[in-house]
Unconditional design. Sequence first.
Lengths: 349, 277
Amino acid sequence: MIDLKELILPKDNLIPLLRKLNKDARLVIPVKNDHGDTLFTEISDLDTTEIDLINQPQASLKPFFLPQQETLAHYSINSNQYCFTAPDAAIDTIFFGVRSCDLTALLYMDLIFSKPSKDATYYDRRNHSLIITLGCNNPFENCFCEATNSGPYLEYGYGLQFIDLGDRYYVSAGRGRGADLLERWSYFFHEVGEEDHKVRYQLFLEARGQFSRNIQLTHACQKLQKETVPDEIWQSLAERCYDCGGCAYVCPTCTCFSVDDKPQSSNTGIRVRSWDACTSDGFTRMAGGHNPVTRDRQALKRRFLHKLKYDFASHGKASCTGCGRCVDICFGGVDITTFIELFTRQQNP
Amino acid sequence: MNRSFIPAQTVIREIIPENDQISTFRIEIIDKTILFTFLPGQFLMISVPHCGEAAISISSSPDALPLIDLSIRRAGKLTTAIHAMKKGAQLGIRGPFGTAFPVETFAARNLLFVAGGIGLAPLKSVIDHCLFQNGVEEDAVLSISLLYGSRSPSDIAFQRVINEWQEQGIDVHLTVDEKDEHWNGAVGRVTELLDDTRTANNTTALVCGPPVMIRSVIDRLKALGCEDTDIFITLERHMKCGMGLCGHCHLDSKLICTDGPVFSVSALTTMDVMELC
């Protein structure tokens, strides 16, 4: 009997396998669009779509689980009374080509949205999802997942993990639906050989050696538990933060949101949940105008301290997955790596 | 459906004007099968169709259930819409949320309430509850005093209930920042009413008001010898969920909605309290 936990998938079998999977579920895979952007995209036709497993998807999986704007409920007003109706339920979705950092971020979101009770819309989508990751053999320019312990390959959390061995994938199954899927479609796969093991390990070592940035993330987290960040550091970061919110929006672990009613007519509307960013000036502004955390008071420090100080203290792990997207997007150059570098260089006075 | 974000409907039974800007809305949940209870200090998320939600503390005692009082200052779009409502109109509520004052520890203690403006609202819930409990000997507090600051005599809110409290033996001292020709009471900050006669042993202080006031009252109480563990404050922040998810009400490592709004000052000493004001 073959071990269903680890198998080899010849690359020629990938599209036929995905076609089978697509019969029962929506498929979401990185695709390069006409603008040259690689984005997770719902596949309508596997034969005419060019899957991009080379480039890093510019957005994480976050929008599929916590959409930029989602309808929590439709409402109508009948003599000043709210009547709520539910939005559409989630549909089964298989995500393929997900990078290790993005799955790690999703596991963090699972934690956030499980208290005080499981968030119904988030978990509806989550329970209808299966994540197939692709280990990174060639980390991207601004990636530092090794420092955040979230890549380049993963140990757990995935439905299936694919590692590209050239003409074949080394596939590992997680618990539950991932293993079921391998069993059901086992005829696409063959057993793992001695050589496959060796090649996989060699690629793993090579991948780890390719990180161009050495980010002292854990050191920064530990130092933050003991030391206060000097005001000069906050000041120099705040001066070059333009309050665009880009870092929070591309960040796979930034989950802050707003809830608002959006009128659709005089007596109907939707209650929506939409992304918000703690770096924004209005994030903490109260009715009447009082604002306890303004830009002058370095609103952006919340973002770094939340991820590196408070989450490290409460979960033993920073909520940064080293995906590097905030580094890519910040035109002021005041992303999380800049903060870590400034703070870890700082000598204890 | 994401039930966590769907409010229960209530009907406004009574509207009590407290001053030019503050009115108390006495509401009752329509669906009698909904189990609802709360503790003094907790808050609700209030919904008005098309306006969204705001966090409002409950100003009545749980002993007054099924009636719930919300004392609301007209400050933004949503509160202005509420102020335009009449008796019989409906409000949505979610909650209760947040931590409560430790009323179970107040028996046989002297309670000192220090409030500024609308800040009396959450403390009123405690005062009313303590007055109700006074009928039960083992839960009775030793004494209740209230120091209440307002901007001007016409800004003094809750005048009717303050008169009732005085009739029931509460030691009330009012002060205003600016007096008018009819005012012959104290003028100045509420901290100026604080002296060592009010902070004798066995005193628990409960403070709510503008952030600057809270800070100066804490400093003054500590200077008078109050222990951090005997001072409780309640804070106000912009909130979107009330459940510890949306992130808006952060204060250092805490979230006001789930770690607060009621804090013992001893819990604040480890925090960046600069953010308080």
